[in-house]
Design a protein around this ligand. Sequence first.
Ligand SMILES: *[C@@H]1O[C@H](CO)[C@@H](O)[C@H](O)[C@H]1NC(C)=O
Ligand SMILES: *[C@@H]1O[C@H](CO)[C@@H](O)[C@H](O)[C@H]1NC(C)=O
Ligand SMILES: *[C@@H]1O[C@H](CO)[C@@H](O)[C@H](O)[C@H]1NC(C)=O
Ligand SMILES: *[C@@H]1O[C@H](CO)[C@@H](O)[C@H](O)[C@H]1NC(C)=O
Ligand SMILES: *[C@@H]1O[C@H](CO)[C@@H](O)[C@H](O)[C@H]1NC(C)=O
Length: 285
Amino acid sequence: MAKDGEKGEWKEFIWNPRTREFLGRTGSSWGLILLFYLVFYIFLAGLFALTMYVMLQTLDDHKPTWQDRLATPGMVIRPKADDTFEIIYDLEKTETWDMYTEALNKFLDPYNNSVQAQKNDECVPDQYFKQEDSGEVKNNPKRSCQFNRTILEDCSGLNDPLYGYQHGKPCIIIKLNRVIGMLPGKSGVAPYVTCGAKKEDSEKIGELVYFPPNGTFNLMYYPYYGKKAQVNYSQPLVAIKFLNITQNEDVNVECKINAENIPIASERDKFAGRVSFKLRINNKN
Ligand SMILES: *[C@@H]1O[C@H](CO)[C@@H](O)[C@H](O)[C@H]1NC(C)=O
Ligand SMILES: *[C@@H]1O[C@H](CO)[C@@H](O)[C@H](O)[C@H]1NC(C)=O
Ligand SMILES: *[C@@H]1O[C@H](CO)[C@@H](O)[C@H](O)[C@H]1NC(C)=O
Ligand SMILES: *[C@@H]1O[C@H](CO)[C@@H](O)[C@H](O)[C@H]1NC(C)=O
Ligand SMILES: *[C@@H]1O[C@H](CO)[C@@H](O)[C@H](O)[C@H]1NC(C)=O
């Protein structure tokens, strides 16, 4: 009996024909609830869209709004065979260094004088090439300076297409990673690269020669305004040629950037402004 009564109660709760209530509410009550939620969600969606819109208005297409404050550039070397910073080859076996010279060829292709002359400007050397926006007026697109492949002389691959690898006098190319807005080298002194051997290898590194002379990154290649603003930007390069490196031994080399205002290898970033790699040339003779 009690069971029957319960069942009846349930049925009535779902649909009560007397009061015309569904789940305890009348049609108009349900209607009001639906209307409330509809309005509520439309309001939320509108608020979200408005916030997004305001946010996007404050972003500049041509430069990032937020950037690491301590933007110290890292350095990388070419050729880069794999992820290990090692250049190891056998002097007699062309196939062991082919990949290096090929990687350099590929890397330097966009620096061909003809390409640079077509894309970029001849800038005034030894001074920053500033192209600031004036207030709301964006000075875009921005021009970039020529970095002609011939600057790298013996390491350009033009007069010596094998970059010295065949003679055990290999070239290594260094570039500084791009940092938007960076003005390296205060008071008109251009940043320059110096390389040396780690302590235990100092006898083995032999004489080095830098291209361009003194291993400088000319000031005219700075500041960099970002990929979108400065589409044709060519990063300046420094090449190092090892003239008399000891063969059949590992030589651990470290190159660093010297500039008054680029801190090197802080606690925070051990790789800032420097790059280390191992160079080994095997030769059975
Ligand atoms: C750059 O110059 C080298 C040597 O002259 C040539 O082999 C190469 O095809 C050129 N690359 C481009 C992209 O013009
Ligand atoms: C780069 O090479 C081109 C073609 O040889 C030349 O016209 C131009 O003056 C060179 N640029 C610089 C900055 O030396
Ligand atoms: C970029 O290079 C192209 C040629 O490759 C040139 O037509 C264009 O004017 C250059 N743009 C800028 C902003 O330097
Ligand atoms: C290289 O540096 C030396 C001294 O540090 C300076 O006298 C010389 O003019 C520099 N050469 C070039 C081409 O910058
Ligand atoms: C090359 O280095 C060796 C020592 O590793 C040295 O004896 C020799 O004089 C150097 N040659 C030149 C031309 O500097």
